[in-house]
Design a protein around this ligand. Structure first.
Ligand code: SAM
Length: 190
């Protein structure tokens, strides 16, 4: 039987051929990147943790391992193939297939539970600027002041501040063990 890492890589590669700009990466996130992102998510806050761009599930697995209870985690994934994969891999989770640019609408009946943190693997720089702007507006709407956004980027200079105008950078670090190295940034909603 094919091992899960090889299966994820094969799936990821097929998705890159189908939609390179939306994937924005050559490989699934390495465990070191995924665990570094998950470690920034506070466990003691009420409200949902939303993962954007779940892909093959590397960050999803790290969030569960970090201690986020499955009933608090909602995963958003635009690709129907990857959303299907995530549902099979994590039957205990709510996986919503849709575009993060319509996040509030996708969360719909979950919204009264509030959102405490958002963990994003979205390739903000390679998406169409209109989509990136719409996503940033959704993040501003859903996160209360003080709530956290964890985002990574392959641009080692970091996420350009113009992409997230209403967020303050709280911490930033390069994870050299990812392929390619990535910068993980934690932002706080102002
Ligand atoms: C860099 S990849 C995800 C990597 C993931 N952490 C993994 O290890 O597989 C980016 C993901 O974001 C998804 N995505 C891109 N644009 C999206 C959007 N507008 N809304 C939701 N998901 C999106 C892609 O389909 C892809 O799965």
């Amino acid at each position: 039987m094919q091992n899960p890492g090889a299966a994820s890589l094969a799936l990821f590669t097929r998705e890159i051929w189908a939609n390179p700009r939306a994937m924005g990466a050559a490989c699934p996130s390495a465990p070191s990147l995924a665990s570094h992102m998950a470690a920034h998510v506070p466990l003691d806050r009420d409200g949902l943790v939303i993962e954007l761009g779940g892909g093959t599930g590397a960050v999803t697995a790290a969030l569960l391992k970090h201690g986020i209870p499955p009933w608090k985690l909602v995963v958003i994934e635009r690709s129907p193939t990857l959303a299907h994969h995530l549902r099979q891999r994590f039957p205990q989770l709510r996986v919503v297939q849709g575009d993060a640019a319509q996040l509030a609408q996708l969360l719909d009946h979950d919204r009264p539970r509030g959102v405490s943190s958002i963990v994003s693997s979205l390739p903000l720089r390679s998406l169409h600027p209109t989509t990136t702007r719409a996503i940033a507006q959704q993040l501003e709407t859903l996160l209360q002041p003080g709530s956290l956004l964890v985002q990574y980027t392959y641009d080692l200079r970091g996420v350009p501040p113009r992409l997230l105008p209403h967020f303050r950078r709280r911490s930033t670090r390069i994870v050299w063990g990812n392929l390619p190295p990535a910068r993980v940034e934690v932002f706080e909603r102002e």
